[in-house]
Design a binder for this molecule. Structure first.
Ligand SMILES: [Zn+2]
Length: 551
């Protein structure tokens, strides 16, 4: 933070009496406005007209030029550009809320069973019982469960419950039968776990995806309901934009129709799942941009996740010698889609967690990306990077699209997977930031909470919500508050080619803003997660308002 924006003395004198004031739709006064402009200036007041910020400055400066029927006295509360989640599964979260039993935070497999029982009694019409969010690392024995209890409890309904990282599922016998899976089934890029020659019901990566394909799809009305529900929840935590990391054509079309009906108030940057349909409908036709829906990228997957040992590593897992993990797609396949994207001016955003997957992606990208290019191709997560590979990010301008809460969610067991040496180059956000001078931060919700302040806190403190570990997890890779704020505002906007219209509070930009009850740039870092959003403004209109009395 460099300086406070002062009223130009002369300007306020001229304006003081007889100059007629212009009308604004909204004026915020007496705030601590973190503008996140290039000087990181702090202002007091903002005026908005027709959804656009028209003035930012000191109270007198803005107050002398503008008047409004809608003036909010912030009484010293802080204001930030609308928060942007640079990598999440917005639609997936909406669906979860609508049709999945929530298994996050369960402390044992018995607890999972009781949540499922309750959910199935409440939702008797559901033909399949779905759940999501379990993590065996939170249970006493920390091993993958099997489906014996599920088969007993639910002999007649298929059950599919997805692990917290989305890369493993546990299914019952009924679901295995519905998919036609048996002991002899082989699925490339996936695994059907067996014990004493029998399927346990645990399916990894492509095997899990294959099974999920037979779950009956949601109808259009339910998809709309899921999207609008997600939007409401996200406004309560100050999000005004999201980057959805992987959407199919039918969901994109429903988002677009909600957009045209004026129901969509969340700005969505959609990464397309690059199948034939999306490539022909969107990629080959160029960039699609409206105020609420922007399409100019595809999402690729190189590997799986570390927790389920699906991340592809250069050396074997420290706790599973001989297991390197695996790529979920061949380099040739990834390359062929990069070629299509490159030709059509599309951005490529590839999921890569393990150091081998990261290297594979960098090597494919460098065929297309020359130094000083502005394609902004990203590596989503960039979780484990070989020391010699960091520099390549900067050399060919590849953007690390990190998820800082993953560091503090994984820190309890990540070293077991990686060993004491490799862990030093995992979750290395500061080192990644240094390569290009910027990066984006996303939560990856629903894998993590939708609250972007948890990501801010994890980036800066590198601790969990209980303050563990003292001193932070690998604190040498912490970000500063300024960097963490930029990663969820202006840099996040840049990651989707939108930094000219949002990501900071400056005249001419869209009036997406958040007001919080404490100053996250100055309060005790431990208090950040407790911070509440008081207002969320999208295009100058309040889309969330916590009950407070207005002046
Ligand atoms: Zn993701």
């Amino acid at each position: 933070m460099r300086k406070i924006l002062f009223a130009a003395g002369l300007l306020s004198l001229i304006n003081a009496c007889d100059v007629k004031k212009e009308n604004a739709d909204l004026i915020l006064l007496n705030g601590v406005v973190y503008t996140v402009n290039s000087d990181m200036d702090i202002a007091e007041a903002v005026a908005v007209k027709d959804g656009i910020i028209v003035a930012v400055g000191a109270n007198e400066e803005v107050g002398n030029r503008y008047t409004s029927e809608n003036i909010i006295n912030l009484k010293g509360k802080s204001v930030y550009p609308g928060f942007i989640d640079a990598h999440c599964h917005f639609y997936g979260y909406g669906v979860d809320q609508l049709i999945y039993a929530d298994l996050t935070g369960t402390k044992s497999f018995d607890e999972v069973l009781s949540v499922l029982k309750e959910f199935s009694e409440k939702n008797k019409n559901n033909k399949w019982i779905l759940g999501r969010g379990w993590d065996q690392n939170d249970w006493p024995d920390k091993i993958f469960p099997d489906n014996r209890n599920l088969n007993e409890l639910f002999p007649d309904k298929p059950v599919v419950i997805t692990r917290i990282d989305g890369h493993a599922v546990l299914v019952n016998k009924k679901a295995l039968d519905a998919a036609g899976f048996n002991e002899k089934t082989i699925i490339p890029g996936g695994k059907l776990q067996k014990k004493n020659g029998e399927l346990t019901g645990i399916l990894l990566d492509n095997a899990a995806d294959k099974l999920k394909e037979i779950v009956p799809p949601l109808n259009d009305a339910m998809i709309s309901e899921a999207l609008l529900g997600a939007q409401e929840d996200c406004f309560t935590v100050g999000l005004t934009s999201v980057v959805d990391a992987g959407l199919d054509k039918n969901v994109v079309e429903i988002i677009d129709s909600l957009n045209k009906e004026g129901k969509l108030k969340m700005r969505i940057y959609a990464m397309l799942t690059p199948d034939k349909e999306t490539v022909n409908t969107y990629v080959k036709k160029g960039i699609y941009k409206t105020p609420y829906l922007h399409i100019s990228s595809i999402k690729l997957y190189a590997d799986g996740a570390l927790g389920s040992r699906g991340a592809c590593l250069l050396q074997p897992y420290y706790d599973d010698p001989g297991n390197f993990g695996f790529l979920v797609n061949t380099p040739e396949y990834l390359d062929s889609l990069c070629a299509v994207a490159f030709e059509n001016g599309y951005q490529v955003n590839t999921h890569a967690i393990g150091d081998s997957a990261v290297r594979t992606v960098l090597n494919i990208y460098r065929k297309y990306l020359k130094p000083d290019n502005d394609r902004r191709w990203r590596i989503e997560h960039s979780q484990v990077v070989a020391p010699e590979d960091f520099a390549l990010y900067g050399k060919i301008n590849v953007i690390p699209a990190v998820n800082t809460t993953h560091a503090t969610s994984d820190m309890y067991w990540a070293e077991e997977r990686l060993g004491p040496e490799r862990i030093k180059n995992a979750y290395a956000y500061k080192k990644l930031l240094q390569q290009n001078g910027w990066l984006t931060n996303g939560s990856d919700f629903p894998v993590e909470s939708i609250n972007p302040l948890y990501g801010f806190y994890a980036a800066v403190a590198r601790k969990d919500l209980s303050g563990y570990p003292e001193g932070g997890f690998q604190p040498e890779n912490a970000l500063t508050r300024e960097q963490a704020l930029k990663a969820m505002t202006i840099w996040a906007a840049k990651g989707s080619f939108e930094e000219d219209e949002k990501g900071s509070i400056e005249p001419g930009k869209i009036a997406d803003m958040v007001v919080t009850d404490r100053d996250i740039m100055k309060c005790e870092i431990a208090d950040v997660p407790e911070t509440n959003v008081i207002y969320t403004f999208s295009g100058g209109k309040p889309v969330f308002e916590k009950n407070i009395t207005r002046k």
